[in-house]
Design a protein around this ligand. Structure first.
Ligand code: FAD
Length: 267
């Protein structure tokens, strides 16, 4: 399975900027909490893939088993708003973890967190199931003068962090802090000589207001040189880490990408 951009494959082809109908080809269990759903579509040879945190919006039927009706134009958002409730698809955000334009298929790693249409879809996805997918750009963009990278996230950011590490130049240096439930939720990431990964286990059940990752980061001596930080995951984790980097570590705000991938309720 190829991963990353092969400009040659899409050169000269018009890229697809509206939801395309895709079919589930396979469901692979990666660990007890993560499954990879591989989907295929004829138009995936024109799917725009630009960076390892490439966002794909997935469109699911309004209820499991209901018909999937997709917006048909690049103005997909207003189209979606105008659809009747009964047929309007549910839209969720995911990362393209594996992409093979030649085979016209891509893989998405879903966290099975036990609620919501995205997680429910992944728990039961089977070959032949239909969904819509829309390429929606990427954000990972370390400046050219970056000396080292800091990658921080939870399970939802693990697909992007794993892809970033896989696609790093051989001479790059990075520190990754990844928070998961227990050791069983870690994932194999191919070794890169310049990368050190810190797995952090918050325990089960998920503690409220967990600041494990922030505490570990505070205790860690960071490399010297110009950093680039990529932070994603639960919203409060991301904002607290960003605050620490800017306030206590002197990071330049413009060299930090951060995104709350989901928000914990009932805090
Ligand atoms: C750019 C981007 C990329 C993303 N990439 C991925 C990815 O590759 N893989 C992935 O799994 N997620 C990814 N996410 C996060 C994902 O979009 C959210 O977790 C989303 O809420 C899942 O939708 P859902 O339908 O399962 O749950 P929702 O219907 O959105 O939420 C239902 C309930 O579940 C809770 N919840 C949502 N996510 C989690 C979670 N991870 N753990 C515990 N509780 C949760 C919510 O607080 C809510 O109470 C990404 C988000 C963004 C913005």
């Amino acid at each position: 399975m190829s991963l990353g951009v092969d400009p040659g494959l899409s050169a000269g082809l018009e890229l697809v900027r509206r939801p395309i109908a895709a079919t589930v080809l396979a469901r692979t269990v990666l660990n007890r909490q993560l499954v990879r759903v591989t989907v295929g579509a004829p138009e995936l040879d024109r799917f725009e893939y630009t960076a390892p945190d490439h966002l794909v919006r997935i469109f699911l039927p309004p209820q499991p088993g209901a018909a999937l009706v997709l917006p048909t134009t690049e103005r997909w958002w207003p189209e979606l708003q105008e659809m009747p409730d009964a047929s309007r698809p549910v839209v969720r955000n995911y990362t393209v973890r594996a992409f093979d334009p030649g085979a016209r298929r891509l893989g998405i790693d879903f966290v099975l967190h036990g609620h919501g249409p995205g997680s429910t879809f992944a728990r039961t996805a089977a070959p032949g199931d239909r969904l819509g997918i829309l390429s929606d750009g990427a954000d990972y963009a370390p400046p050219l003068d970056t000396d080292w990278q800091l990658l921080v996230g939870d399970e939802t950011a693990l697909p992007a962090i794993a892809a970033i590490i896989e696609q790093l130049d051989p001479g790059a240096r990075a520190l990754a802090f990844i928070e998961v439930g227990t050791r069983a939720d870690e994932l194999h990431i191919p070794r890169h000589p310049g990368v050190r990964i810190h797995w952090l286990h918050r325990g089960e059940p998920r503690p409220t207001n967990c600041d494990l990752l922030l505490r570990r980061l505070r205790e860690t001596a960071l490399p010297t040189g110009r950093p680039y930080a990529w932070l994603a995951g639960e919203s409060s984790l991301v904002t607290s880490v960003r605050r620490h980097l800017v306030t206590d570590r002197g990071f330049d705000k413009s060299h930090i990408y951060f995104c709350g991938y989901w928000r914990r309720m009932n805090d």
